[in-house]
Design a protein around this ligand. Structure first.
Ligand code: SAM
Length: 372
């Protein structure tokens, strides 16, 4: 059984929202929330009501005991809601409502799409990318994506909801009371506002001017004295020892190139007091040994040897489509996934940090004696 979200409204498909499929008068985009083999690689579906007849071919979205399911039209009993007209994977939309894809049974359809997708990548090498373009262009792409007014208003909405309890506890446990805390990639101030409420002296930086404007406005309204600045963490140039703590989340994933990430971490280290602390929250990539990403990694290693370092993308590099529920999935931005704790530890140590995880992906690091 699967769960789906109506992409346009952000609501989950349920008995209350099913009517939107009928009322739309055309295809409706749904996101698959959990994996339904064999379609877990096609997380966006376009469906169109009304339902086809029992004898029809193709894929159908239907009601199931605990949610919804995709079935071959020929097998569809009662509870069918809409026929699937297209499936989207990353940058590619497959029109499965039309022949010849429409004639395939789901298990053959999944295989056929996989072949189409691989062939498609020869002229559209999007994910994972072998060539990324310049680092500056990647960062500009990140700025443009988060600078989209739709993202700014979504992050503003999230900022009104405040930081998660685990985030507050993480900072409370590792930053001294009233300490000077730099929040990198503060967005509209979701965590920064609550860290200031907890008594820390907070500075927030972000790449996107509109995010900083939203954060300043929320701080003013809340009567909080927080310094917000437009700045890329790659250009961080604070006097040594300016902060007792630095809080770093997703911007670390948006910096292309191991060398550039290490240089950026070294800048953070300089900005910290000698007994300061760097708190990092990251996600690790989860891919199987024979996945496409691993095969592309082999090509990348070969490419780096033949063309020289910095000419091709690195293992873990990829594109990201959605940075919030409101994202336009057509605009992709750079995202680097770490392979696991050892991968990240290597970068932190090269930048002069020592530390470890307090739980998966949550790191507490301190400047080590080793100056990079
Ligand atoms: C996923 S959002 C998180 C925003 C905020 N921390 C929150 O949780 O609501 C990531 C933020 O990092 C910012 N960002 C990305 N790359 C950055 C960079 N190189 N320097 C500074 N900020 C960056 C983006 O503009 C965006 O606002």
């Amino acid at each position: 059984m699967s769960r789906f979200v109506l992409i346009e409204s952000g609501e989950e498909l349920s008995a209350e929202t099913e009517g939107r499929l009928r009322d739309a008068g055309g295809p409706v985009a749904l996101r698959l929330l959990d994996e339904e083999p064999p379609f877990h690689e096609y997380p966006i579906l376009y469906v169109e009501a009304p339902m086809v007849t029992r004898r029809a071919r193709g894929l159908v979205l239907c009601r199931a005991t605990d949610g919804y399911a995709l079935r071959a039209a020929g097998e569809v009993p009662d509870g069918a809601l809409a026929r699937v007209v297209a499936l989207e994977q990353r940058s590619t939309v497959f029109p499965v409502g039309r022949a010849p894809l429409r004639w395939l049974q789901p298990r053959w359809l999944a295989r056929a799409l996989r072949v189409c997708e691989i062939l498609n990548r020869f002229h559209h090498p999007l994910t994972p990318p072998i060539f990324l373009g310049s680092a500056d262009a990647c960062i500009e792409g990140v700025r443009a994506k988060y600078g989209n007014p739709v993202e700014v208003s979504e992050y503003r909405r999230q900022a009104l909801g405040g930081a998660e309890p685990e985030e507050l506890e993480f900072v409370r446990a590792h930053v001294k009371p009233g300490g000077r805390l730099l929040v990198i990639g503060c967005g509209a101030g979701r965590e920064a506002l609550d860290f200031a409420r907890a008594g820390h002296r907070v500075t927030g930086i972000d790449l996107v001017p509109a995010m900083i404007e939203a954060a300043r406005q929320l701080a003013r309204e809340a009567g909080l004295a927080i310094e917000f600045r437009v700045r890329s963490v790659t250009d961080l140039d604070e006097p040594p020892g300016s902060y007792d703590a630095v809080y770093l989340g997703s911007p670390l994933h948006h910096i292309p190139g191991r060398a550039q990430r290490i240089a950026m971490l070294a800048r953070i280290r300089r900005a910290l007091s000698p007994d300061g602390v760097l708190l990092v929250i990251v996600a690790y990539r989860d891919c199987r040994p024979w996945s496409r990403s691993r095969l592309v990694d082999v090509l990348r290693r070969v490419g780096a040897r033949v063309l020289g370092p910095g000419r091709v993308s690195e293992p873990g590099d990829g594109w990201m489509r959605e940075v919030s529920q409101a994202s336009d999935p057509q605009t992709v931005i750079f995202f680097h996934d770490f392979d696991g704790p050892d991968d990240l530890r290597g970068e932190l140590e090269r930048a002069g940090f020592a530390g470890g995880e307090v739980k998966p992906g949550w790191w507490v690091c301190r400047p080590s004696g080793r100056v990079p």
